[in-house]
Design a protein around this ligand. Structure first.
Ligand SMILES: Cc1ncc(COP(=O)(O)O)c(C=O)c1O
Length: 412
């Protein structure tokens, strides 16, 4: 009989021919699952491979990830343009630290919670791109300003400028604020021209505010298909922003930053007036972004690699040309997801915890126990559903990075 010790210390080879699901290498050790969390806590990754991970789980290919970080950093240095990458796509201090180490001047965050988490993790130069519309957010933005004088946020409304002035005065701090201006997305941004100039002047005159410049995010441009069309859209969306910037400079205002841009438009927006880029998705790339097309290929955007996938297990098969998986609605499975190395598979779901992979006649067969890696459609949404990244070098897990500040979490 196999003892407990022999079971833990054994290998798939030792159990060859056993009923265990297939693993990538026959010498994969039988992993002590009961210890998985303790081993992660003490960063002991010996013997931890993709084969032993629970699924569905997010796996980052560290080589591709580092290549993406370098590609963007090299571009920014060469352009030159500052990089303040958006963290919404990854929500990870570990990723942000690597972006900073590659030369970023800070990070951009979508929520005050993300801003606080990044700052607590030692990241400076955080730009929060929403104005504080609630008392909770206002007081937190001021508290963060007090704790970290490099923190900046935006305002697109005269009343909010007054709130910030009052709250900053009460806390005896000088809040660093940029005016958020319209750049094609109706979700935020004061109208360019005179209204934006008046807001900028108000911010500049406010005793407890340091006016920093402008924030202008052109969200539709980022996903416009085809390089030439995307360039045209970005240029159109940033025309008004440029007009505002020139008006502000003419009026004698200091314009330290014009922040915006995206993974889709990173290599065009300097020309259209941005001084810094807020690109986020480039670190991982999702399946939808891959389709926007690049300068050299209108059908596939190849500037950055797909470095993140969701590892999924095939757990039932009873019908032709389909299998069930554990990648269902709760794991945010979408029909626009793609399967790594198996383009013939189509992704859909069969319920909260049940996923579906289908294929047409002639597609490769997959079996119960197989594992596939899925490229998500929209990583902003998907990373929000998982609590960690398993960092892989080939098949080996070499680190685990937490995903923080997810919606619904206490710190949101
Ligand atoms: C304010 C803001 N800036 C920049 C980005 C760029 O992100 P990405 O590079 O992922 O397109 C986003 C994405 O949603 C955003 O909301």
């Amino acid at each position: 009989m196999t003892t407990r010790r022999q079971f833990f210390m054994g290998s798939a080879a030792a159990l060859a021919g056993s009923a265990l699901p297939r693993v990538a290498r026959a010498d994969t050790p039988i992993y002590p699952y009961a210890e998985l969390e303790q081993r992660i806590a003490r960063k002991d990754f010996r013997g931890m491979t993709k084969d032993v991970l629970p699924t569905p789980s997010m796996v980052v290919d560290i080589d591709l990830f580092e290549k993406n970080i370098k590609t963007m950093a090299d571009y920014a240095k060469k352009a030159p343009i500052f990089l303040r990458p958006h963290v919404k796509v990854h929500k990870s201090v570990d990723v942000a630290k690597r972006q900073m180490a590659a030369g970023a001047i800070g990070i951009t965050a979508a929520t005050i919670a993300e801003s606080e988490l990044m700052s607590r993790g030692g990241i400076t130069g955080v730009l929060w791109t929403k104005q504080p519309g609630s008392r909770n957010n206002l007081l937190r933005a001021i508290a963060l300003t007090k704790k970290d004088p490099t923190f900046m946020f935006v305002v697109d409304d005269m009343r909010v400028a007054d709130w910030v002035e009052e709250a900053a005065g009460a806390a005896k701090v000088k809040a660093r604020v940029a005016a958020s201006v319209y750049a094609g997305l109706t979700r935020q941004g004061i109208a360019n021209g005179q209204p934006a100039l008046e807001l900028a002047q108000k911010l500049h005159k406010s005793k407890n505010i340091q006016f920093e410049g402008f924030m202008a995010y052109s969200g539709y441009a980022s996903h416009t298909k085809g390089f030439a069309a995307r360039r045209k859209k970005s240029q159109e969306d940033l025309l008004g922003v440029n007009e505002t910037m020139l008006l502000a400079k003419k009026a004698g205002l200091p314009v330290n930053i014009v922040s915006g841009g995206s993974t889709g438009t990173y290599n065009m927006d300097k020309e259209f007036g941005l001084t810094e880029l807020e690109c986020g998705s480039y670190v991982f790339m999702d399946s939808i972004y891959k389709q926007v097309g690049g300068q050299s290929n209108d059908n596939e955007y190849t500037d950055f690699e797909s470095s993140l996938s969701v590892l999924v297990t095939v757990d039932s098969k009873h019908h032709p040309r389909q299998v069930s998986t554990d990648y269902g609605n709760k794991a945010l499975a979408k029909p626009t997801d793609t399967v790594k190395g198996m383009p013939w598979l189509e992704v859909s779901t069969q319920g909260a915890e049940y996923g579906l992979l289908t294929w047409k006649d002639g597609g490769g067969e997959i079996k119960v126990g197989d594992r596939v890696e899925i490229y998500c459609s929209n990583l902003d949404m998907s990373t929000n559903c998982y609590d960690r990244y398993y960092i892989a070098k080939g098949n080996d897990i070499v680190d685990v990075w937490p995903i923080m500040g997810r919606s619904g979490a206490a710190q949101r």
